[in-house]
Ligand binder design. Structure first.
Ligand code: NAI
Length: 691
């Protein structure tokens, strides 16, 4: 007996209870007494059957991931499962809450699994760049079939109890007192003398596999993996379950797991897993939060509409304010259209759509914002307009209401100063489409009250966002670094690269698309208008816009597009334009390789991140990684720009930045002191602070 594992006997059924709050992770201090308890019960004639249950809010929700990458203390999970499979009396896993990862693998070691109707079951290891290494890839296919197993393992998404029952993963689903049902279930098997075969020995379901169909499914997944190793390893392991004897498949799974766990990709993904949990750590996080029940949004354009949907999806009533009836109706109609698309795709029911729509209240009168607890402004990106809006808000908002701006670049301190309550003002920088994108930069202005910040950070989680607190600077973390990433784009073209070459270097790196494809998708006219407003120019992009080439929406931009298609096709006219501009500016053209493209785009990205860190705009380098992975598609297998800097070698980055600085004299390449310190210490924590 231990504090973490206890055993009781109920009418001949041994009830083993794991109690390791908060999620009953399979830490060493659980595994050891669990193994000992099961070994004793195996030979105990008083126990006719064994059920394994958990105290608290969930079944075992996973392994203890703090143990990853460290030497394993025996007994490991696999030994417990192997022991379970030698027990010649019925064993039953009793699942409530979530059975995830090692938790589900433990359950797969039992003869039977019963679940609470609200339970969820899954193998999410792939999200950490791993595969289920405790036999999950070999046992799950024996219950649900190889194709279903592959889908579950590669997506990492848990299934409901009902789906698990239909698939054959659980034997029974109950409402009510699950433990009592479990004891009854086990007793009935003992009394009825029913057969109980360990999962490892089940053959029927696997025998029905069509290997060609499996291989087609695996090939489809490989195409989507975008350079990630774990999904491919998952497919290989599940295939082994079909083609190899059980023990060989299990040994092969182990080898694949060991390779992944020691690799850079899994290290990167585990870094991100922890980083996303750390972001909320900030001074004041435990302060009493402000009450947020109704949310007001000003501006029903692209962002305002999306932000309003994000809150309605989180169950919040929303007041949407526009300048006039026509703009308001246009905004509301767009929201309704978006929900209608969700219904037609089957991702939302008609009833849910009606429920969401009922949460919206449209208005053209500022007085209607008086009952809002949080008001987010998403009007034109123009300081004068924003100040005017905040002045009016100041007059109508209730005392203590949080006033937020969705500005992409503007100075939030200046906006705050246009009110009499700067302590209540902050930035909430959503990303487009705001109802979909997970990242939310929360901008802490000079006078923002810590409790206002903490309230919004917590609220962000409630609407499914990943909040990162950032300080005030032009473009905050994401857009400021994006500008650094793109600063060399036109130079690369003038000096000899094509848009397609640059984009290919990006997609080969693992980005979903390169900067020129991205520009065509977003619309080149946006940057053009911005440049004009700020008195800036871009030799090639400006000309494209003057020719009416705005990107996908006009059928041409950096690329050509067939009518209605999104597939970019290289355009000889653009290449001719680039050559002409190079000649005009006296730039000699030469071949430019992928390595140079990465050095001149991603090294400045890292360098700008180092500057942001040393200026104290973010608390941790990992916060920057969270921004880039969730907002800009930085490949997760590389862990975000700051983590990747370590993989790439900070010394090398500094050296190449110095080289390009020497070549061009451009400040973008001047290595930040924090980057130099990182190159010496290998730790952003030591390198970060201004010195
Ligand atoms: P938009 O032009 O689509 O929408 C702006 C809306 O605000 C229009 O419907 C307009 O009628 C309304 N509006 C203007 N002045 C108003 C006032 N005084 N009172 C009430 N409504 C008013 O612009 P978008 O793209 O939605 O941008 C809004 C803000 O969000 C800007 O600050 C922008 O920088 C920021 N942002 C935009 C992103 C994007 O990808 N479009 C991403 C993140 C932030």
């Amino acid at each position: 007996m231990s504090n973490f594992v206890s055993v009781a006997n109920e009418d001949g059924v041994a009830v083993v209870t794991i109690d390791n709050p908060p999620v009953n992770a399979l830490s060493f201090h659980v595994r050891k007494p669990l193994y000992e308890a099961l070994a004793a019960l195996r030979d105990d004639p008083a126990a006719k059957a064994i059920v394994i249950a958990c105290a608290g809010r969930t079944f075992v929700a996973g392994s203890d991931i703090t143990e990853f990458g460290k030497p394993v203390q025996q007994p490991e999970l696999r030994a417990i499962i192997a022991l379970l499979e030698t027990i010649a009396k019925p064993t039953v896993a009793v699942i409530h809450g979530t059975a995830l990862g090692g938790g589900l693998e433990l359950a797969l070691g039992c003869h039977f699994r019963i679940a609470d109707a609200g339970a969820k079951l899954g193998l999410p290891e792939v999200k950490l760049g791993l595969l289920p290494g405790g036999g999950g890839t070999v046992r799950l296919p024996r219950l649900v079939g190889a194709q279903k197993a592959l889908g579950m393992i590669v997506s990492g998404t848990p299934v409901s109890a009902a789906e698990a029952k239909a698939a054959g993963l659980v034997d029974a689903v109950f409402n009510g007192d699950l433990l009592a049902e479990a004891v009854r279930f086990a007793s009935e098997i003992v009394a009825g003398g029913g057969s109980f075969v360990p999962v490892r020995d089940r053959k029927e379901v696997l025998a029905e596999t069509h290997i060609e169909a499996f291989d087609r499914q695996a090939a489809d997944l490989a195409k989507k993996a975008r350079g990630l190793e774990a999904p491919l390893a998952c497919a290989e392991a599940v295939r082994n379950a079909i083609t190899l004897p059980f023990d060989e498949a299990l040994a092969a799974e182990r080898q694949l797991f060991q390779k992944l766990v020691a690799g850079d990709q899994s290290r990167a993904q585990r870094h991100l897993f922890f980083a996303e949990r750390e972001v909320a750590k900030m001074p004041g996080k435990d302060l009493q939060k402000r009450r947020i029940e109704r949310v007001g949004i000003i501006g029903a354009g692209t962002m305002g509409g999306g932000i309003a949907m994000a809150f309605a999806n989180g169950g919040f009533p929303v007041t949407l304010l526009e300048t006039g009836e026509e703009a308001l109706q246009r905004g509301l109609a767009m929201i309704e259209r978006n929900y209608t698309v969700s219904v037609s795709r089957g991702s939302m029911s008609e009833a849910a759509k009606q429920q969401r729509l009922a949460l919206f209240k449209g208005s053209i009168d500022y007085a209607d914002l008086a009952d809002c607890d949080l008001i987010i402004e998403a009007v034109f990106e123009d300081m004068a307009v924003k100040k005017q809006v905040f002045g009016r808000l100041d007059a109508v908002a209730r005392s203590g209401a949080i006033l937020a701006t969705n500005t992409s670049y503007l100075d939030v301190d200046e906006i705050a100063a246009s009110t009499s309550r700067p302590q209540d003002v902050l930035g909430m920088h959503f990303f487009s489409p705001a109802n979909v994108m997970k990242l939310l930069e929360i901008v802490r202005a000079e006078k923002t009250a810590p409790d206002a910040l903490a309230t919004v950070v917590e609220l962000a989680r409630r609407i499914g966002k990943v909040p990162v607190a950032v300080g005030v600077c032009h473009g905050f973390v994401g857009n400021r670094m994006l500008a650094a990433r793109g600063a060399e784009n036109e130079f690369l073209l003038l000096e000899g690269a094509t848009p397609a070459q640059v984009d290919k270097a990006f997609t080969d790196f693992g980005w979903p698309m390169g900067p020129f494809q991205m520009g065509d998708l977003a619309g080149l006219d946006i940057g053009w208008r911005n440049r004009k407003a700020r008195g800036l120019t871009a030799v090639i992009a400006d000309t494209l816009c003057e020719q009416g080439r705005y990107g996908q929406k006009t059928g041409s931009g950096w690329y050509r597009y067939r009518s209605g298609a999104r597939e970019p096709m290289p355009d000889l006219e653009v290449e001719a334009l680039i050559r002409a501009k190079a000649a005009e500016h006296g730039v000699a053209r030469r071949a430019i390789g992928a390595g140079e493209i990465i050095e001149r785009t991603l090294y400045p990205l890292v360098n700008e991140g180092a500057k942001i860190l040393e200026e104290g705009i973010v608390a941790r380098a990992a916060d920057i990684d969270v921004v880039w992975v969730n907002g800009y598609g930085f490949p997760i297998g590389k862990g975000g720009p700051m983590f990747w800097a370590g993989l790439e070698g900070a010394g090398k980055i500094v050296e190449r930045l110095e080289y390009w600085h020497g070549q061009t004299g451009r400040p973008i390449f001047e290595p930040a002191p924090a980057l130099r310190r990182f190159a010496e210490s290998g730790s952003w924590e030591e390198a970060g602070g201004a010195q």
